[in-house]
Design a protein around this ligand. Structure first.
Ligand SMILES: [Zn+2]
Length: 260
């Protein structure tokens, strides 16, 4: 049976989760920002490392690669970027990565917005989305445009509703505080706040979520909602003539969030 385990890493600075998928024999590691907790887990459970999946080049997602590759001779899948020298298999939209020993197969999606070469892995009812989508939020727009970021999130929103969303950071509680500024009347969002607070009080992860839950509560996936448009308009004091299409609202939300 497949187990999907979040390994907390870089706690207090980035609050990363490194995801380990394993069946008690073989394992896949996603976005190893730090090697030590991964090595400890693999060695404790005597797992063979079948491969590493990388979503993008930020150090809190790849910082553990050198040390892991000193110990394990394994394949590293990642985006078409010369900026990640340890990738052995460059993949992009439309490619498929298969792990026969685990019975897993992932489609690659190009999801620019946080960085141009950011990719996501989707398959077997799971989405590993790095920093493009968070619980009730999304990543910063470091190198990208609101158009492509919004388009990437729309592509993820089109995945089956029950798809589990394995993002790379524990930011949900703070994201919900912002989401409630944008859409205080969203009943499901209020409910999610209570659920997330209860989980965090027990020091439990708030992820994975689902595409359905993100579509219902994540403001960055709800740019056409009248309450969100009204609150963005009020917050920025936009004139009636200002564009209020989904991309414009996304851009405004991203700016508002950056200032919170
Ligand atoms: Zn990042």
């Amino acid at each position: 049976m497949l187990d999907i385990v979040p390994i907390p890493a870089l706690t207090g600075t980035y609050d990363n989760y490194i995801w380990i998928l394993h069946d008690d024999k073989n394992a896949i590691v996603v976005d190893p920002g730090d090697a030590m907790p991964v090595l400890a887990y693999l060695q404790l459970h005597q797992l063979k490392l079948s491969g590493i999946l990388v979503t993008h080049r930020h150090n809190d997602h790849i910082g553990g690669l050198p040390k892991l590759l000193e110990v394990y001779n394994t394949q590293v899948y990642g985006p078409q970027s010369e900026l990640i020298p340890l990738i052995t298999h460059h993949v992009g939209g439309g490619d498929i990565v298969e792990f026969n020993e685990l019975g897993l197969s992932f489609d690659i999606l190009n999801v620019p917005g946080h960085l141009p070469e950011h990719i996501a892995y989707v398959g077997n009812g799971m989405l590993f989305c790095g920093d493009i989508l968070f619980g009730c939020g999304c990543g910063k727009m470091f190198v990208g445009t609101p158009q492509e970021f919004h388009h990437s999130l729309q592509r993820l929103a089109a995945l089956p509703a029950e798809t589990r969303v394995y993002c790379a950071h524990e930011y949900t509680e703070s994201n919900i505080r912002f989401a409630l500024l944008c859409e205080p009347g969203n009943f499901q969002l209020q409910e999610r706040k209570r659920d997330v607070q209860a989980l965090r009080q027990q020091d439990k992860p708030t992820v994975p979520s689902t595409i359905a839950l993100e579509k219902a509560t994540n403001p960055f996936m709800r740019c056409a909602e009248p309450e969100i448009i009204a609150n963005v308009t009020r917050h920025f004091n936009l004139p009636p003539s200002a564009p209020k299409d989904e991309v414009a609202i996304f851009a405004a939300l991203r700016t508002w969030r950056d200032r919170c």
